[in-house]
Design a protein around this ligand. Structure first.
Ligand code: FNR
Length: 190
């Protein structure tokens, strides 16, 4: 069994983030061929292309980390019908300098939770568009739009609704298979 390292990136900076809770639950439900490392974004300065020739340490650390992971899992809220600015900022740093896009050929999946009924659907579509431009092969199906109700994930990262738990386990199983398929036919860039 080949084990893949997945970088999970949480689009919210809030310490009480429901998306952080969701990420904890997803990691617990993931198949054995996946291990996880959080890709931190909260200390990144705002992206500025004037710095492309000399990235600040936080941005260099981001790119170094991304170079070591086999795939990306984006777990994000929806802010004003889009992805949070902090997430977009991280993607902008990661995508540059020109010709050194960290997401190129790297398989990814997108998921998110909101308190609203459409469960981050609009933000996810926008994120998919950004990741397409960044040349990341994305898992198209299943999609997962999670409306987060109080207590859906407990303090230990357990999903309290059996149907949702099974759905999320299936999502992660599909992601594990997707990474294996993509890595078999699209090896990472040298
Ligand atoms: C929101 N929220 C929200 N929810 C949604 O379904 N669609 C939206 O467009 C927005 N917009 C939005 C903007 C801003 C600035 C905030 C702070 C919140 C509500 C959102 O779903 C809720 O705050 C979640 O708890 C955010 O996820 P995290 O940060 O807890 O992971």
């Amino acid at each position: 069994m080949t084990v893949h390292t997945v970088g999970h990136l949480i689009g919210s900076l809030s310490k009480d983030s429901i998306n952080r809770r969701l990420a904890t639950a997803l990691i617990k439900l993931a198949p054995d061929n996946l291990t996880f490392e959080e890709v931190a974004i909260k200390d990144l300065p705002l992206y500025n292309r004037d710095l492309d020739g000399d990235y600040p340490p936080e941005a260099r650390a981001l790119k170094d980390h991304l170079s070591r992971v086999d795939a990306m899992l984006f777990v994000t809220p929806e802010y004003n019908r889009d992805i949070p600015g902090g997430l977009k900022n991280a993607i902008d740093w990661a995508s540059r300098p020109y010709g050194k896009n960290s997401f190129s050929r790297k398989p990814s999946a997108v998921i998110g939770a909101s308190i609203g009924a459409i469960g981050t659907a609009v933000a996810q579509q926008n994120l998919r568009s950004v990741l397409s431009f960044c040349d990341s092969p994305q898992m198209n199906s299943p999609e997962a739009y999670i409306q987060f109700t109080e207590g859906l994930v407990d303090d230990d990262g357990n999903v309290t609704n059996a149907e949702t738990e099974e759905f999320l386990r299936g999502f992660m199983a599909n992601f594990g298979e997707f990474i294996t398929r993509v890595r078999a036919v699209i090896p990472p860039e040298e």
